[in-house]
Write a protein that binds this ligand. Structure first.
Ligand SMILES: [Ca+2]
Ligand SMILES: [Ca+2]
Ligand SMILES: [Ca+2]
Length: 262
């Protein structure tokens, strides 16, 4: 390679590194490994069970684009029909984006989660996103923080005739004093995959970040609480370009060290 060709190649490569490039996407998976949120065991045999009957969450995915949270999905083992399943409502989605055991965002459904069974019930498709300035402590059952709506008790009230996970948070008790910072699209209720789409209100993350999410359904029969390490999405092509640059630089150095041939 002639010297000026090499320099041009290096210049183009360096310039392309400086140009803005489209945000790259990264999808991470998580599994359902917890029975209840830390601090929220109830001292009964609920604590040793991942599921109390159905449904059974198996895990899900987190999709990040650039440094923004774009989507979270949750998967069920199966979705059945029938009266019991008709009593289910999704809970709110809690997010801790700076790993301090304090929720920073809640994706809130304006839906009575312990309302009587409604024929042809459908969940809202657009939920409100709230940013909790200062965070909302994870808390514990003994501290009985008033800011959580809880599942209720075995065979009591809405759950007459049903065993559930007692007194576990299922949502935000009240949005008084909070201002919505956007909306999140929700879909998939009645299927084996729920999707929260943050496209219209992407949450900025400081990467790398440990993202913790908390979610369940209104009976808290199966609770999700998982932390996922999110790093900056990096495309394979940029890695290759970087490797190529190192190679080119090494080649140029070797060339420079060579004595001119007579
Ligand atoms: Ca499960
Ligand atoms: Ca936090
Ligand atoms: Ca679980």
């Amino acid at each position: 390679m002639k010297r000026n060709v090499l320099l041009s190649a290096l210049a183009v490569a360096l310039l392309s590194l400086c140009l803005p490039y489209p945000a790259f996407s990264l999808t991470l998976t998580f599994e359902d490994t917890r029975n209840y949120w830390p601090g929220w065991g109830n001292g009964s045999r609920d604590d040793s069970q991942d599921t109390i009957g159905d449904p059974d969450f198996t895990g899900g995915t987190i999709t990040v684009e650039g440094a923004f949270l774009k989507q979270i999905t949750f998967s069920f083992k199966e979705w059945e029909s029938g009266t019991t399943w008709g009593k289910l409502h999704p809970g709110d989605l809690f997010l801790d984006v700076d790993s301090n055991k304090s929720w920073d965002y809640v994706v809130y459904s304006d839906d009575d989660k312990l309302d009587n069974l409604v024929t042809n019930y459908t969940t809202p498709t657009q939920w409100s996103l709230y940013k909790l300035s200062g965070g909302l402590p994870l808390g514990s059952a003994s501290a009985v923080p008033a800011y959580y709506q809880k599942s209720g008790g075995d065979s009591a009230d809405y759950w007459a005739g049903y065993l559930i996970r007692d007194d576990h948070p299922i949502g935000l008790a009240s949005t008084d004093g909070l201002t919505s910072v956007g909306t999140v699209d929700f879909s998939g209720w009645g299927s084996t995959q729920l999707t929260f789409d943050f496209s219209s209100s992407p949450i900025a993350l400081t990467l790398p970040a440990d993202l913790t999410l908390g979610f369940t359904v209104n009976c808290a029969n199966d609770v999700v609480y998982e932390t996922v390490r999110v790093h900056t999405p990096e495309p394979a092509s940029m890695l290759l370009l970087g490797t190529g640059l190192v190679g080119l630089a090494g080649w140029a150095k070797r060339r420079k060290g060579q004595k001119p041939q007579a």
